[in-house]
Design a protein around this ligand. Structure first.
Ligand code: URA
Length: 239
């Protein structure tokens, strides 16, 4: 990942602000590669070098990746003055530049990836990649085979173009139906608008997967965990 300045390294790892960490460095409290370093702009390779502050190792996390089971009632943003944000749920993290990859509506639950890896997020959100996103939904109305076919053909939701073919699976058809739906694009309120177009409103919506990444069933709404190395790897391969 290349070289990094000592003061930036310590600030990124939230040891303090740039000026606070400079003070620590000047005071001789910081060791780089086993030697006291009093030079804030010392550059080194964080993957090869141990940094200690007051003899405690400060490991470097270049990127962080979390899976959140987003609860209802929070916004997919980094700040908001009305609602809690999805970042408020990530209590243990090293980096302060985290953001959610894409958006779920205020009342939508489920899988949301939180990271500071902008390049990966960009790849995953790129319309050209057609990353499938699968949701479970409760629908007000009886969902029929005719709806399945309509969703598969693509439909008019008031955009210039019809939606791309979506896969609708009926889990239970009743006054309130349960369905699973996979879309390959991400227009604003897309799923709600698709069901509005057939006059069967969405009552509840939960994302259960994004590409090969599935929501961990152990996570209750509001809970999160870091992604495993394997999960990060297959997101990179899809990206
Ligand atoms: N489609 C919606 O309508 N809402 C979401 O939150 C996600 C997809």
């Amino acid at each position: 990942m290349g070289l990094i300045r000592l003061d930036k390294y310590l600030a990124d790892m939230q040891i303090g602000t740039r000026s606070e960490v400079k003070k620590l460095i000047r005071a001789g409290k910081v060791q780089v590669g086993g030697h006291v370093c009093k030079n804030a702009d010392e550059k080194f390779d964080p993957e090869q070098t141990e940094v200690m502050v007051d003899h405690v190792l400060v490991g470097y996390a270049a990127y962080e990746y979390f899976m959140l089971n987003k609860p209802k009632g929070c916004v997919s943003a980094t700040e908001d003055n009305r609602y809690p944000t999805v970042l408020d749920y990530i209590s243990q993290h090293k980096r302060k530049d985290l953001f959610p990859v894409g958006r779920l509506d205020l009342d939508t639950e489920g899988l949301l990836l939180i990271t500071n890896d902008g390049a990966l997020a960009h790849e995953l959100l790129s319309p050209a990649k057609h990353i499938p996103k699968t949701y479970e939904a409760k629908i007000d109305g009886i969902v029929t085979q005719a709806d399945v076919e309509l969703f598969a053909q693509g439909m008019d939701i008031g955009e210039k173009k019809f939606t791309k073919p979506a896969k609708l699976v009926i889990l239970k058809a009743n006054v309130i139906s349960h369905v699973q739906i996979t879309i390959y694009e991400g227009k604003f309120h897309q799923i709600k608008r698709m069901f509005e177009a057939i006059d069967k409103p969405v009552l509840e919506l939960k994302r259960i997967s994004m590409g090969a990444l599935a929501l961990d069933e152990q996570l209750e709404p509001g809970e999160y965990r870091p992604l495993t190395e394997e999960e990060i790897e297959y997101l990179r391969q899809r990206g």
